[in-house]
Write a protein that binds this ligand. Structure first.
Ligand SMILES: *Cc1c(COP(=O)(O)O)cnc(C)c1O
Length: 415
């Protein structure tokens, strides 16, 4: 269905096409931890990967499978593994695919917790090189003989740098590197990393896909483009049992999900699946609001800088225009020296001081004091994060109400 129908049509009808019992339109919430078999051979076949089925909910559950199927369709991929959070998806992917002696190239503009978990991998002896991923040249220069994987985000948070996604994909293909793209900030409605030859696509389902700030979740989608047969870290046991194209995603499901245990609950999977039905509608509104707010803030004397890929002043505006359907709902801005950033934030009435993103409500957070506090001043400077930077996750409120809230807060700050 996904091949012919539009984005929203596909999501709305995907459960029904899996034929849940009684003609249910939604996949039911299966709360069972385990499944029983009349004939023990059925259970054995599931364990030995000879038959599809469920044995224990840590590594598979029908409600979660239905959501995985939806994410696969959204990303036009081959298969998806869902996790309890986006961070569980990221950690498990690295954990499942990387070994001692390997080298990873990652963007230096990464979600703070992703950068932090990579530090844990460095402490475990894995080599990482962090580079400015807005130009493929830096990725090429960092390549070593033991490089296995390249990890980038589409649009970075909070300073909105856009990765040089297409050329990086070509380079990874040429060198046989696993190309992991975190698509959280764009979401599969705005961008599909399969178009730039990504091997694996990460989504925090907590953000735009769930969309209401009421459930945590994460996913890894295999696009089907990477040749796992040549990847040295696939275990011999899997090579003997699993179809070649399923080797990567199966190793992630087993070593990453089953063994690390970051399982998505069926209740959260159901909540995220409901949220996903309106994803395109929500994102269209959020992107419209973000564009309007960015243009408004750019004209304000108390604002020193606005970071939004939809603005012509953005250094990767042309790149973003060539890659993305829209420019996303996330933006940041910095205030002029001398304007008290906390006082300004406290004057906002509608906008909520909160750390999530991809919610229906507009959320604002002072970056240096919160999500990037642990990194310290030097790393923040390297990542282009000034002390007065405020990140906005723009919601779906009526545009004029949002602009009015910023207008009054700026006016009240102009002392
Ligand atoms: C939020 C986020 C994550 C982590 O997702 P959680 O669901 O919060 O664990 C990873 N990457 C990016 C780009 C994010 O914004």
């Amino acid at each position: 269905m996904s091949d012919q129908k539009g984005f929203t049509t596909t999501i709305l009808h995907s459960d029904r096409l899996l034929k849940p019992e009684f003609g249910a339109l939604h996949q039911p919430v299966h709360t069972s931890v385990t499944w029983g078999y009349d004939d023990v051979q059925g259970l054995v076949n599931v364990f030995q990967n000879k038959a599809k089925g469920y044995a224990y909910s840590r590594q598979g559950n029908p409600t979660v499978t239905a959501l995985e199927h939806k994410v696969t369709q959204m990303e036009q991929g081959m298969a998806t593994v869902a996790f309890s959070t986006g961070m569980a998806a990221i950690s498990a992917t690295l954990f499942a695919l990387i070994k001692a002696g390997d080298h990873v190239i990652a963007s230096s503009f990464l979600f703070g917790n992703t950068r932090s978990v990579m530090q844990t991998f460095i402490d475990l002896g894995i080599e990482f090189t962090f580079v400015d991923a807005t130009d493929v040249k830096h990725i090429k220069d960092a390549m070593q003989e033991n490089t296995r994987l390249v990890f980038v985000e589409t649009i970075a948070n909070p300073a909105t740098q856009v990765s040089d996604l297409g050329p990086i994909g070509n380079f990874c293909e040429e060198k046989g590197l696993v190309y992991v793209v975190d698509n959280t900030m764009t979401s599969p409605y705005i961008f599909r990393p399969v178009a730039v030859k990504a091997s694996l696509v990460i989504n925090s389902l907590t953000k735009y896909i769930g969309g209401h700030g009421d459930a945590l979740g994460g996913s890894v989608t295999d696009t089907g483009l990477f040749n796992w047969v040549n990847f040295p870290n696939i275990t011999a046991v899997l090579r003997a049992q699993i179809r070649p194209e399923m080797l990567g995603v199966t190793q992630i499901r087993k070593r990453g999900l089953r063994d690390s245990g970051g399982t998505l609950s069926p209740e959260a999977a159901h909540t995220i699946a409901l949220g996903a039905e309106t994803m395109a509608l929500r994102l269209d509104r959020a992107c419209t609001n973000a564009g309007a707010l960015a243009r408004f803030l750019e004209t304000q004397p108390l604002v020193s800088k606005v970071y939004y890929p939809g603005l012509e002043s953005h250094p990767q505006h042309a790149l973003a225009s060539s890659l993305f359907y829209r420019y996303g709902g996330l933006m940041s801005f910095a205030l002029q020296d001398g304007v008290d950033c906390f006082a300004f934030l406290n004057k906002l009435n509608l906008v909520i001081k909160s750390s999530n993103l991809g919610d229906t409500r507009t959320l604002a957070i002072p970056v240096a004091h919160t999500i990037f506090f642990e990194l310290g001043p030097q790393r923040r400077a390297e990542m282009g994060i000034p002390d007065s930077m405020i990140r906005l996750s723009v919601g779906i409120e009526d545009t004029e109400d949002l602009i009015e809230d910023f207008r009054q807060a700026l006016e009240a700050s102009n002392v």
